[in-house]
Every structure is written in C-alpha cells, then in structure tokens.
Design a protein around this ligand. Structure first.
Ligand SMILES: *Cc1c(COP(=O)(O)O)cnc(C)c1O
Length: 347
C-alpha cells in the first residue's frame, strides 16, 4: 500500500517530543526525587507553583493523579465534591475519587461545560449535619474538555470564590488545559490560580511534553500530597529527564498555543459553512471542536471511518459526538487537509 498522509486530530496528547525537547531531556541534571534531590524536578515544581501563584508544587506522571491528590486533600471520606456532569474528574478518571478516597460526588448540568454560579450554589449543601452528606469542595474545569475546550470566565470564578469561602467550601481547578485559557484570554495564570485551593495542570497536552502534570497548593498540603503520591506508587526517581521536557515546554510551547486556536477556528468555520447544524461556533474558544452529528445523515463512527480512508483521523466519542483537537504537530497544511476532507464528506 502506498504511504498516505495521516493527520491525527483525535487529541493534543498525541504530540511527540521534538528533537530539541529530547536534547533538553538528555542533558537534564538529575537526582533521586523520592529523596527530594532531583534539581530539575524541584525547579519545575517551584516554577509552576510560582506561575499559578501558589506556595508549592508536586510533579506527577498524569493529570488524573494530580486531580486525585488535589481532591483527596480537600475532601474527607464520606464527604462530597460537586462537579460538572461532563467533568474529567467524574467521567474520565474511572471512579478514582470514590475508589481511593471514599469521596462522593454530585454533578450539575451545563451548556458546553460553562458553569452557571446559581446552578452550582443551588446544588451545594455545606454543613449538612449528621444525617446528610456535606458539600466540602467544588471542582471547576478550565478549559472544559468535553464542553469543547470552553473557557470559564474569571469573573464567574471570582464570584464563586466569594460565595463559597464563607460556606467553608474549597475549590479545586482541573487546569489540564489552563494554558489554553490563559493564552486565549490574556488572563495571567496566577489570577486564575488565586481563586483555588488546589490546581492541577498538564504538560502532556498542548504543551507537547511526553509525560508530566503538576499539582500546586500550600506548602502544608503539598507535603501531604507527596506522601499520598508515594502511597499510590508514584514516587519517582531520576525523573529530571521528564521534568526537563516540562521546562522546555514552558519555555517554547505556551505562546504558540494561539496557532492551535487559530487553526481550530479555521477548521470550525469551514465546517459551519457546509453543515451549520452540527457545530456551535461559539463553543470553539480554544483548540477543541465538538461536532454533534444528530442532524446529519452521517453518524459519528461513519464520518470517522470515511475520514480515515482519506488519511484524516478524528475522534468518535459516541454515536453522535465527534471531537477534533488541533495541536503542536498539526501545521497549516494539515489543517487545510482536514478542512478539505471534512467539507467533502459533510457537504
Ligand atoms: C487530559 C485531562 C486530564 C488528565 O489526564 P491524564 O491522561 O491523566 O494526564 C485531566 N483533566 C482534563 C480536563 C483533561 O483533559
């Protein structure tokens, strides 16, 4: 079979480390991080904590682990955390909060993942007494993955903080793609970070590192998270080689996210021209495009299969839901190719 172009828009986790990033990894200074002696990990932890306006950080292999440690710090067994019905922490982490931490959860509905403060506060039941479950934390996802990479407004976040502080409700930010929100809005990362007790961020999505996430919070909480990380079997040794990829990503791959956003917008606009009913252009705020095939003659798996025959790989997330994500390894030619394949098939 002849070699065919393959453009893969399933996820921004698919990026491969560039040769310059690999070079940085190869030359990283390392030590045993379980002893706290890996200088590259230590500097990455301080760097990301400072970026987000927090005292301390903890390097983790995955964003899921960073989220799980964050939630564990805020919620005792038998207490509850509230989250969006499509939040990563309740849908994509396989029940980890319940399994490992005895945390219960309830969820709110939203359009495109954007939270409405009144809906969230109506759901909250702080200090519910000895007979009912007490709400002690709320998780906010920014940008919102299944919502289509949507951005939560700083104003709503600030209002939620003001309303929940006197209720004794803590806030966790799943900031796997907070970088995208920051670049799209110009809001400094620390301004987002200031409203939360714990924040997780991923280096392995749009920033292009092969692995790595961080949890940031107060010194005392992070000391506790370090113990739990080890207990979960994720105390790591000379992982400065991985942290070096994170430093490289922060140096080179944050500002360029605007290009991913521009290409996503171009693809979304082209799709809306041929098939306006399957896309909500307003929801395309960053690098993610969600298509709802409900009103189209092709269903999601069929569109994905036909696109793949032409060399374009897209994510089919259900019978009607298609997800397209632009990333570091997608250039202008790839975006133009995606547009031509998709507009041909959808027309
Ligand atoms: C990717 C992602 C995570 C973390 O995923 P891992 O695969 O565990 O690193 C967390 N939250 C959101 C919203 C994500 O998209």
């Amino acid at each position: 079979m002849a070699l065919m172009t393959l453009v893969d828009l399933r996820s921004d986790t698919l990026t491969k480390p560039s040769s310059a990033m690999r070079e940085a990894m190869a030359h990283a200074e390392v030590g045993d991080d379980v002893y706290g002696e890996d200088p590259t990990v230590n500097s990455l932890e301080s760097r990301v904590a400072a970026l987000l306006g927090h005292e301390a950080g903890l390097f983790t292999p995955t964003g899921s682990l960073a989220n799980q440690l964050g939630m564990r710090l805020l919620v005792n067994p038998g207490e509850e955390i509230l989250a969006d019905y499509d939040a990563h922490v309740v849908r994509a982490e396989l029940g980890a909060a319940a399994t490992f931490s005895g945390i219960t959860s309830r969820t709110w509905q939203s359009k495109n993942g954007i939270f409405d403060i009144d809906v969230v506060l109506n759901l909250a039941r702080p200090n519910a007494g000895p007979h009912l479950v007490s709400t002690v934390a709320i998780a906010i996802e920014n940008t919102h993955n299944f919502g289509g990479g949507t951005i939560q407004s700083l104003d709503s976040i600030a209002k939620l903080r003001v309303a929940t502080l006197p209720l004794g409700i803590s806030l966790h930010l799943d900031g796997a793609r907070l970088w995208n929100a920051h670049v799209a809005t110009g809001v400094p990362l620390a301004e987002y970070g200031a409203h939360f007790d714990t924040v997780s961020v991923c280096l392995s999505k749009g920033l292009g590192a092969p692995i790595g996430s961080l949890l940031v919070s107060s010194k005392a909480r992070i000391a506790n998270a370090r113990v739990w990380r080890k207990r979960y079997g994720s105390g790591m040794r000379q992982v400065g080689i991985l942290a070096a990829a994170g430093h490289y990503a922060l140096d080179h791959n944050v500002d360029r996210l605007v290009e991913d956003h521009r290409r996503a917008r171009e693809i979304a606009t082209a799709i809306a021209k041929v098939s306006p009913s399957i896309i909500d252009l307003e929801s395309v705020m960053t690098n993610i495009i969600v298509l709802n095939m409900g009103s189209h003659s092709l269903d999601s798996p069929t569109l994905a299969a036909k696109a793949k025959e032409k060399g374009l790989i897209i994510g089919s997330l259900g019978p009607q839901t298609v997800r397209l994500i632009t990333h570091l390894d997608i250039n202008d030619d790839d975006a133009a190719f995606a547009i031509s394949v998709l507009t041909d098939l959808l027309r």
